[in-house]
Design a protein around this ligand. Structure first.
Ligand code: KMH
Ligand code: ZN
Length: 273
């Protein structure tokens, strides 16, 4: 089994300080959270940015500022900008995060439209998915294929048949948004990706920890962090992303799985830069 890659989704676009005061908005807070996750063993920082008042943005300058600042304290971390942004953003707005310097080595690619609760719809038509894949390929950015259900794996594979993706494919199963997040769901998703692919999984909210434990046992990679979950355990808010990474490391140790360094994660993911 490969060593375990831990991704920290430190900020997200939707969670707020009202829900957990440690959710970062400012550049300083984002850097603090990235460093706490990195120091605890995360090799990938999945990055969204906010304006100081917490409003989500895909502004190129704000991404540049955040990435430059994180790089100073997490020199070899794999920084993975979001191209999902927040519900309602245009494709052009969302793609700004891929247009920073140096070009990111890794970024998310959301592979379908998703119900985001209430009246919220996160729109990713087939053409959006193909266009984002094409742009990322042209820029030499490896996509993490964000799939919120099995149909999105099939859309990613359509993009692959069009020659828009580079192998090995890497998927992120985001469970508990549109589909449920049982271990059976996880096994089904893991069995639905092409042989040779790598995958990460995350369980939203109360699903975080059983999905992390099952993923570590199955040989997948784990994502934790405020974007997906605000609690260290039932009723206990996490004080930092680092605390959640520490918990994932503890589970991995109990299960006998070693943690990948950023260099080892790059090798497992086939990142060339
Ligand atoms: N905030 C969601 C609408 C991604 O980062 O690519 C999209 C999202 C996925 O978080
Ligand atoms: Zn995200």
């Amino acid at each position: 089994m490969d060593k375990l890659i831990i991704s920290a989704a430190i900020c997200g676009a939707e969670v707020t300080k009202e829900q957990n005061p440690a959710v970062p908005y400012t550049i300083e807070e984002i850097v603090r959270e990235a460093k706490s996750a990195y120091d605890a063993g995360a090799s990938v920082i999945h990055l969204h940015v906010r304006w100081d008042d917490g409003t989500p943005t895909q502004d190129k300058g704000r991404f540049q500022e955040a990435v430059d600042a994180i790089r100073k304290v997490c020199p070899d971390a794999i920084i993975q900008p979001s191209t999902g942004g927040a519900v309602g953003m245009t494709d052009l707005e969302r793609l700004q995060s891929t247009d920073i310097t140096p070009t990111p080595e890794f970024a998310t690619l959301d592979c379908g439209t998703c119900n985001f609760g209430g009246d919220e719809i996160f729109i990713n038509t087939d053409n959006t998915v193909f266009n984002f894949a094409k742009i990322m390929k042209e820029r030499g950015i490896k996509p993490e294929l964000e799939v919120f259900d099995k149909g999105m794996i099939d859309i990613a594979l359509k993009a692959d048949r069009k020659g828009l993706l580079v192998h090995p494919l890497h998927f992120d199963f985001v469970l508990g948004v549109q589909m449920t997040a049982t271990v059976r769901d996880l096994v089904f998703m893991a069995g639905s990706v092409p042989a040779g692919s790598t995958w990460t999984a995350t369980g939203l909210g109360k699903n975080a920890w059983h999905i992390a434990a099952a993923t570590i046992s199955l040989g997948g990679h784990v994502r934790v962090g405020f974007e997906d979950n605000l609690y260290l355990e039932k009723g206990v808010l996490a004080k930092s992303n680092g605390e959640m990474v520490e918990k994932a490391v503890k589970i991995a140790k109990l299960l006998g799985r070693e943690i990948a360094t950023p260099a080892e994660a790059r090798q497992i993911l086939g990142l060339t830069k």
